[in-house]
Design a protein around this ligand. Structure first.
Ligand code: G4P
Length: 304
């Protein structure tokens, strides 16, 4: 499935980040701890090359702790990078972020050389929640529709620590299909950009593979391991009363229910991907991209 996601403000955001990056000491990238590879923006590293990075695996309270540990080691092994897990709504741990930024840019701080931090992350990853927690008041709008453009804000976290907030930014094209599904399941992609049933079927498959029995347990259904993903979604629809007039099951509604459960932690502690798997998906996507480019080149050549 191709996820059709072309946020209109992407180019302006890209320019804003490039401009801002010149005067930045540390880049915080908020990742969703349930999809720590898919929620990473490949463009961000390119736009902020050479800047120390703090990867924050947010919503760790909803993620599988063993998998969070794998991802933290993965990111901590990268040069000039530190990673930590977070629940953005809790104040004391959120304050650790400031300490981590100071450690990443030890030469900055004090009134003459304030520490300048850029914060980025996909929609719904918890950026507004984190900023609100850090400043102790409602500093930013929280909206649940991904892709809402917001202007850059400068937030004073301490007399010598400034946080620059950028609007959400995504990819021009999502090349790893699994990442598209995971981003859509998490709410990081606007709902018009994908087919809910397809995303829900992928989510069912992924949860069943990694956490057998979890779905049946949550929906209080008997063992469903012999059923196909479609049959399982049908059972969920029946169990939760997602029935259309005429008695037909409403799979679209069932898909929304399942994704809602995932987003709010109803399926328990779930992480959809591990680093090794992600590396393999990326390698496969690169091969597919190369083939796509080659095909395009041939088509252009033939029409000339
Ligand atoms: P954004 O600015 O990055 O777009 O995200 P935002 O802070 O609006 O957060 C999106 C949703 O994720 C919010 O839930 C928020 O409460 C939740 N959230 C943020 N950080 C965490 C976290 O660390 N753990 C958990 N469990 N949830 C987190 P919502 O239902 O859309 O809004 P609300 O009802 O909480 O206001």
């Amino acid at each position: 499935m191709a996820i059709q996601w072309f946020p209109g403000h992407m180019n302006s955001t890209r320019r804003a980040i490039l401009d801002r990056a010149k005067d930045i000491d540390v880049v915080i990238e908020l990742l969703d701890a349930r999809l720590p590879g898919s929620s990473l923006n490949p463009l961000l590293a390119e736009l902020t090359r050479g800047k120390p990075a703090l990867k924050v695996l947010n919503k760790q309270d909803l993620a599988d702790p063993e998998r969070t540990a794998l991802w933290l080691s993965h990111y901590n092994a990268l040069p000039a990078t530190q990673a930590l897990g977070l629940d953005a709504s809790i104040t004391a741990p959120s304050q650790r972020l400031i300490a981590a930024c100071r450690a990443l840019a030890p030469l900055r701080g004090g009134m003459t050389k304030p520490l300048r931090v850029l914060i980025c992350g996909i929609p719904n990853v918890g950026k507004s929640t984190l900023i609100n927690t850090l400043v102790g008041r409602k500093a930013t709008k929280t909206g649940d529709e991904p892709g809402i453009t917001k202007l850059e804000q400068k937030i004073v976290l301490a007399s010598d620590v400034y946080l620059f907030d950028t609007p959400g930014m995504l990819w021009p094209r999502i090349t790893v299909p699994q990442s598209g599904y995971h981003l859509a399941a998490s709410g990081g992609i606007g709902r018009n950009a994908y087919n809910e049933e397809e995303v829900a079927l992928d989510l069912l498959n992924c949860v069943n593979r990694n956490y057998p029995g979890r779905i049946a347990e949550r929906f209080r259904l008997p063992d469903m391991s012999a059923l196909t993903d479609e049959e399982q979604l049908t059972e969920i629809a029946k169990k939760r009363g997602a029935i259309q007039s005429g008695g037909r099951v409403n799979l679209q509604k069932a898909a929304e229910i399942l994704m809602g459960e995932f987003r709010t932690g109803g399926l328990g502690l779930v992480t959809l991907e591990v680093p090794a798997e992600m590396a393999q998906w990326q390698a496969e996507a690169e091969v597919a991209e190369a083939a796509r480019r080659e095909k395009k080149k041939k088509k252009v050549g033939a029409s000339e």
